[in-house]
Design a protein around this ligand. Structure first.
Ligand code: ATP
Length: 136
């Protein structure tokens, strides 16, 4: 039977390996999914706008949650599509329905993130536009 420190080391190796697999999963999804590359661009725009407009810590937290949720939904959608392509490579109405429902989840999350973006960036962008033009 392995001693306690060895068991501890083996457990840590396992945890680090699991983290590596997760990063590898994100990397592969990024390479294969154009939607995810669009999310990467959108994330960069959100971070740049947040820094430029000096949004509050509270707003950064909302933006981080919105961006993270869209990424998570898109990654789950990619995983679901991959499983369906594996188990049902031929046309099947249930396979189509599952893909459509998963895509619907991404769409809903993206719309919710859009509302967050509008509420966070709308007022300071409006203020900047007014300051630039001199009148509301
Ligand atoms: N095996 C299948 N059986 C029935 N309908 C399918 C099947 N595969 C895909 N479809 C239909 O075609 C649509 C597009 O499927 P596809 O696999 O191309 O995903 P996608 O929406 O283009 O996703 P992405 O662009 O993110 O890869 C699905 O939403 C579904 O309606």
């Amino acid at each position: 039977m392995a001693k306690a420190p060895q068991r501890h080391r083996a457990r840590w190796r396992h945890e680090v390996a699991s983290f590596g697999y997760a990063i590898q999963g994100i990397r592969e999804a990024l390479l294969s999914e154009p939607h995810l590359r669009f999310h990467a661009l959108a994330t960069a725009v959100v971070v740049a706008l947040g820094a430029w407009l000096h949004v509050s810590r509270h707003d950064w937290a909302l933006l981080a949650l919105a961006v993270g949720a869209v990424w998570a939904a898109e990654l789950m959608n990619t995983a679901i599509e991959t499983i369906i392509d594996l188990v049902s490579p031929d046309f099947h109405p249930l396979a189509g329905r599952a893909k459509d429902v998963a895509a619907g989840a991404v769409l809903l999350m993206a719309l919710a993130a859009g509302v967050v973006g509008l509420l966070v960036f709308g007022p300071p962008l409006w203020d900047k536009a007014v300051a630039l033009n001199g009148h509301p």
